[in-house]
Design a protein around this ligand. Sequence first.
Ligand SMILES: NC(=O)c1ccc[n+]([C@@H]2O[C@H](COP(=O)([O-])OP(=O)(O)OC[C@H]3O[C@@H](n4cnc5c(N)ncnc54)[C@H](O)[C@@H]3O)[C@@H](O)[C@H]2O)c1
Ligand SMILES: O=C(O)C(=O)C[C@]1(C(=O)O)C=C[C@@H](O)C=C1
Length: 370
Amino acid sequence: MTLDAAAPARTTGTVRVVGTGLLGTSAALALTLRGVDVVLADPSPTAVALARDLGAGRFAGPGDDPALVLVACPPDVVADVVAEELARSPRAVVTDVASVKGGPLAALRARGADLTRYVGSHPMAGRERSGAVAARTDLFAGRPWVIAATEVTGPAARQAVHDLAADCGAVPVTMPAHEHDEAVALVSHAPQVAASLVAARLREAAEPAVGLAGQGLRDVTRIAASDPTLWAQILAGNAAPVADVLEALRADLDDVIGALRALAQDPVAPGARARLARVIADGGAGRDRIPGKHGSAPTLYRTVVVVVPDRPGALAALLTDVGRAGVNLEDLRLEHSEGQAVALASIDVLPASADPLTEALRARGWTVPH
Ligand SMILES: NC(=O)c1ccc[n+]([C@@H]2O[C@H](COP(=O)([O-])OP(=O)(O)OC[C@H]3O[C@@H](n4cnc5c(N)ncnc54)[C@H](O)[C@@H]3O)[C@@H](O)[C@H]2O)c1
Ligand SMILES: O=C(O)C(=O)C[C@]1(C(=O)O)C=C[C@@H](O)C=C1
């Protein structure tokens, strides 16, 4: 997915990005691509220089007069930084992208900040890596961007953040802060804890067991690589809603354990298999409700799986042949088990491209198993 750089930006005036890590630099790259004047600030000189070097904008200076300030710093300090930015630029709209919204809003309200010019927001897009080096121009493409407007948010602030989200390729969604926090406890924060707990079980596992890991484990644990300091802040900032989701999960887990213990005692324990089947079926029903990348049904892409020999240049050759086939690659995953002479590349493409790509790759000698 790429951003349509040709479309004119809705955002007008200079945008000041404060915190040039993954989120700040990704937004700055998307805005710069659209021709928006972006100035960059971060307490870390390396972080801001890196973002500038990547083409995300220019260094902030004393003469800047931003129309919009985007705060993309860690959640713990977000209320302080927003308050500073409101005072520094008395005419600007200020937003932040922290993963929790209720706490920062309450803190700003308590200190009497100008909430007509501030509107918290949260793009539902990210990565398990931090810093400007992980930034991507299309990070937000097709993703929801929550705008947590309040009853006192001014229309200019609403519009400016709406335009910012749209210019980054995201889909703006308006939602009150408390509703947002409950929703992300379920769809983001508890899943992070679950992924981390599953992955943590692997620490003490014997080498041969870990060597058997397939795509299932990789899918479930990708986000276990996330930044612990950032996530400790996110979880602490949304403690009660996350605890509620995890308590419900614990009850479900106890039910599964009960069925398994019953089967361990008696292989034909009445009702046990039905309880296990129900867990898997309920999981499938829940998963079916997850929207696709663009908010549509999750059947947006088809996956073409290709066998890639384990030798230098093989993946590059495959990508070249995908390009020669005239097919736009939407996503790529590589599965490689230790000791195996081949890897499996899963290439997501638009449904209409799957069969032509399969044929073109087979014609060029690639093994495409199904
Ligand atoms: N990582 C994700 O997937 C993701 C997704 C959506 C929203 N968010 C939110 O975006 C924000 C930034 O996360 P990130 O992943 O970009 O983190 P990051 O670690 O990549 O970047 C954070 C940046 O903030 C800077 N910073 C630290 N203290 C600061 C301060 N007092 N003032 C200004 N800048 C400061 C750091 O130097 C760093 O460059 C967080 O609030 C996070 O909750 C993260
Ligand atoms: O995809 C990832 O790696 C993410 O961490 C993204 C994710 C999410 O849970 O979807 C994580 C935290 C953010 O606040 C928003 C998005």
